[in-house]
Design a protein around this ligand. Structure first.
Ligand SMILES: Cc1cc2nc3c(=O)[nH]c(=O)nc-3n(C[C@H](O)[C@H](O)[C@H](O)COP(=O)(O)O)c2cc1C
Length: 160
């Protein structure tokens, strides 16, 4: 779909304390070393693919907190949203889309919603074969990545 390089940024490796900056992030005045590091990480990325589970009809607090720690670093960049859960996580996708737009990210049109079988959720081992278990959503993931790729290329040149 794309040959662009990518990096997996796992929030489990970015344990940002909840809402701990004294100033509002819109000012870009960060006080904490972890926020400065997080700012550098996000500022360096031209686009994002958010992959998130749905928790009780929303997306996890850790993801909101990670978004809320920054502001300008997100602005103007394209993003794709991939959700997963027992029912695909559509509600959490809606919420994340709205918050992305608030921080001026530009979500692509296609959203992939990956459905996990009940036994996978209750087993909770993380041991899955994505090619098999997410086969039905493969096309949506590919479409979203192609749209992200196009967004990174900018507008089509106008015919003269
Ligand atoms: C607190 C909690 C709430 C959940 N709520 C939903 C839900 O509203 N809809 C859904 O489809 N799945 C829901 N699930 C199932 C998760 O999406 C599923 O277990 C997923 O694999 C969790 O991902 P994680 O292991 O990366 O946290 C919930 C799971 C947890 C732990």
């Amino acid at each position: 779909v794309t040959t662009r390089p990518f990096e997996v940024v796992d929030l489990a490796e970015w344990p940002l304390p909840m809402d701990d900056e004294p100033a509002i992030p819109q000012t870009g005045q960060y006080d904490r070393d972890h926020t400065l590091a997080w700012s550098r990480k996000i500022a360096a990325a031209p686009a994002f693919v958010f992959v998130t589970p749905q928790y009780n009809g929303g997306y996890p607090a850790a993801l909101k907190n990670a978004i809320d720690h920054l502001y300008q670093e997100w602005a103007g960049k394209p993003a794709a949203i991939v959700t997963y859960g027992g029912h695909g996580g559509g509600r959490c996708g809606d919420q994340l889309d709205a918050v992305c737009r608030f921080v001026k990210l530009k979500p692509v049109a296609t959203r992939a919603a990956l459905t996990l079988p009940h036994e996978v959720i209750t087993g909770n081992s993380g041991d899955i074969d994505p090619a098999q278990i997410f086969a039905a959503q493969r096309a949506a993931v590919q479409d979203a990545l192609v749209e992200l790729d196009h967004a990174l290329m900018g507008p089509e040149p106008q015919a003269s």
